[in-house]
Write a protein that binds this ligand. Structure first.
Ligand SMILES: [Zn+2]
Length: 483
């Protein structure tokens, strides 16, 4: 009897979009058949990975003085109306609750698209003195936006993220927080998950609505489009003034606070993890976030062998379990080959294969998912080797991802070069005039390439002529197609 697993049937390089859809479904990340567009069912394999990603961010946020909170899902319209630019920016995307039971509500309630106007309503009550600062709170929640086109983990009407809202006595402290947020992203997204990105200062027309400045992390997907996976904002005193968030300073003078907000896009980070590390067989997960880190596959052909093999499997299972490694023995009634494929599709980083030879000769066959390579390891070295492999796998994924990322960042010195590079799916660095009309014209002419912003160490100056319009260039910017 043949038991063929229905694996991924397209190559990632040839048809990324279809590959992504198949991986999401077949690896058991999401079920898109729920009957409201843009709202997906998050399946166990995705939720376990997401939980680990949350844990990494939360640990780091708490290490730097943040505390967890949970704010209401609904935000009254009057809160929204307080900051003009914010409400104008978000209104087209808001879901409104207008009725409850048989009653029409007196005022509409927004399902939070982001929670500035919920948090700051309360910050105005909580902050009265310099002693109340800094105030650093975060919540790990879903938010709701009325998006027209949706894709699981990339763009949804309901998606998961973290939002941190901080208030300070001085602008300098707020700017330091923006740096700390970027460092938080680097530590988790790059160091632990191996996803490379560029943190860019967005152009004024692409700022978060209500912010003075927006800094956002763009990674590059295999189809040549960038994906924003994290952002942090210098809110200045705009919301403080709109909500009346003031404090008495040490000299008894009343002042407005300075604020920042930070949003690691947990959902999109999962999308990037899938897209960037995955291969033609499916997911490839870093050890740190894999729901199953080590899977043990027993291989036997009769009952007598089964006893021997299972005894050894059990021994290794307990050994790893004791060390808090997420380990599983696959005892399902399927062939070893079927099981291999299934766990490769799900991206389990390390597989132990144990059969008669392994029992008799005192070794274990270890398979690593990232390189699809096997090695024989003596029984008493297996645990150490697993720890080593966890690091080696992450290093390999990082190197691979970084190589792809860096190879696809290029410079262009003419319109023609820019158009060509965009067509090839690159992130393109150009001299730029800084005008929104020019960026808009470029976007239309290139079928969607956007000015993503300047690098963090950038200083305004004379950079020759704008590659697009020929006017004097004051900026060096990155341009790319985006999700
Ligand atoms: Zn221009």
């Amino acid at each position: 009897m043949s038991e063929k697993i229905i694996g991924i049937t397209v190559k990632k390089k040839e048809n990324f979009s279809e590959w992504f859809t198949q991986v999401v479904t077949k690896a058991g990340l999401a079920d898109q058949r729920y009957n409201v567009q843009g709202f997906i069912v998050h399946m166990p394999w995705a939720m376990r990975i997401i939980r680990e990603i949350y844990r990494l961010f939360e640990q780091e946020l708490e290490r730097t003085g943040h505390e967890p909170v949970l704010f209401p899902l609904v935000i009254p319209e009057e809160n929204f109306e307080k900051e003009k630019e914010h409400v104008e920016g978000f209104k087209p995307e808001v879901f409104w609750v207008t009725e409850a039971g048989d009653d029409k509500l007196e005022r509409r309630l927004a399902l939070r698209p982001t929670s500035e106007t919920a948090f700051y309503q309360m910050y105005a009550l909580w902050i009265t003195s310099w002693r109340d600062l800094p105030l650093k709170l975060y919540q790990s929640v879903s938010v709701y936006r009325y998006e027209k086109t949706t894709r699981p983990f990339i763009r949804g009407r309901e998606f998961l993220w973290i939002e941190a809202h901080d208030a300070f006595a001085t602008h300098r402290q707020a700017l330091r927080q923006v740096r700390e947020d970027m460092e938080n992203s680097r530590k988790v997204i790059w160091e632990q998950l191996g996803i490379p990105f560029l943190f860019l200062k967005r152009p004024p027309w692409d700022k978060f609505k209500g912010a003075e400045d927006t800094y956002a992390a763009d990674t590059l997907m295999p189809d040549g489009r960038v994906l924003q996976i994290s952002s942090t904002h210098d809110l200045g005193q705009r919301f403080a003034k709109a909500f009346g968030i003031t404090f008495m300073d040490k000299n008894g003078k009343e002042r407005y606070v300075w604020q920042t907000c930070y949003g690691p896009g947990v959902w999109r980070i999962l999308a990037a993890l899938v897209a960037i590390h995955g291969d033609d067989k499916g997911l490839v997960l870093p050890f740190r976030v894999a729901p199953v880190q080590v899977v043990i596959i027993p291989i036997y052909y009769d009952e007598e062998e089964k006893k021997l093999v299972m005894r050894k499997c059990r021994r290794f299972y307990l050994k790893l379990k004791r060390r808090n490694i997420r380990v599983l023995v696959d005892t399902r009634d399927k062939t070893p080959g079927w099981k291999f494929n299934d766990w490769e599709l799900k991206g389990v980083p390390i597989r132990l294969e144990i059969g008669r030879r392994e029992v008799e000769q005192g070794f274990v066959t270890i398979f690593r998912r990232d390189l699809k390579k096997r090695e024989k390891v003596p029984d008493d070295e297996v645990v150490d080797r697993i720890y080593e492999l966890a690091e080696e796998i992450l290093d390999n994924l990082k190197n691979r991802a970084k190589k792809f990322f860096e190879e696809n960042i290029v410079s262009a010195s003419s319109k023609k070069e820019l158009v060509k590079a965009i067509k090839e799916g690159k992130i393109v660095k150009i001299s730029f005039c800084g005008r929104e009309e020019c960026a808009e014209d470029m976007r239309e002419a290139t079928n969607g390439a956007k000015v993503r912003g300047t690098s963090l160490d950038f200083e305004e100056g004379d950079y020759g002529k704008c590659v697009w319009c020929g006017q004097p260039a004051r900026y060096l910017v990155y341009v790319a197609k985006a999700y």
